[in-house]
Design a binder for this molecule. Sequence first.
Ligand code: ATP
Length: 273
Amino acid sequence: MTDHALSGFAFSPSAASAVRTVHARGGAPVALRGLAKSFGAKPVLSGIDLEIPAGQFLAVVGRSGCGKSTLLRTIVGLESPSAGVVAAARGDEARIMFQEPRLLPWARIVDNVRVGVPGGKTKADAREAARAALAEVGLADRAGEWPSVLSGGQKQRVALARALVSRPRLLALDEPLGALDALTRIEMQALLERVWREQGFTAVLVTHDVSEALALADRVILIENGAIALDIAVDLPRPRRRGSPEIARLEGAILDQLFGNGASEDALKESVA
Ligand SMILES: Nc1ncnc2c1ncn2[C@@H]1O[C@H](COP(=O)(O)OP(=O)(O)OP(=O)(O)O)[C@@H](O)[C@H]1O
């Protein structure tokens, strides 16, 4: 499967709730049983059992190189497992977004989004769907421009529109906000949360940023030594307040697992400072 084949409807914010009942397909569950992945002789993941209920927002964190992207790519079918079983949405029902927007420089913005429209539509219908997706991410007025005139954050909005235009039931997010400045990142987090809430897809987000994971996800898993070392529910109302004691406590639990006891105390001090 190519990345473009994976790259995915979107609606104007005011129409979103009405549209959801008409268009949104809801989330698809993911099940991994005994998943292992090696590259040559090098084991990366082993014995992973993971059920992600339909519509859940799951974040995957862990040290650089621990296998987060490999897990995500295996879930969407860009990597095949060395052992075990992966059951997840495929084809137009699954989309992935990367850290780089991967736009076609020679295609106008609306046509970049059209790349994500499933086959079988007329060009006019595909363009209309692409325009609606652009409206959903706040770029309705930029449809006829070239990617080169956009900022990094705007390019990622186009990539999100391209992913959403197929109305995916599973959206895999591989550090999609990793290259953005802090303020743009916070705006994009709010956008991701809104489209997830409106459209109801299952979201799997790989991030280096534990606070981003805790701001967005229903559940956070930590990968260590090729396995799930921590699996925590984030049962807090949205939008989440950064630095709240509840968030800091969860952050502490994750940092303790990563760095040993004591890291959480530092995290707590920082979050209340
Ligand atoms: N196609 C590949 N061929 C060989 N080794 C690979 C391949 N893809 C990943 N790896 C190796 O697998 C391990 C896990 O990589 P992966 O990209 O999944 O980690 P990650 O946790 O997402 O890292 P980062 O946070 O730095 O992006 C690394 O050691 C990496 O070098």
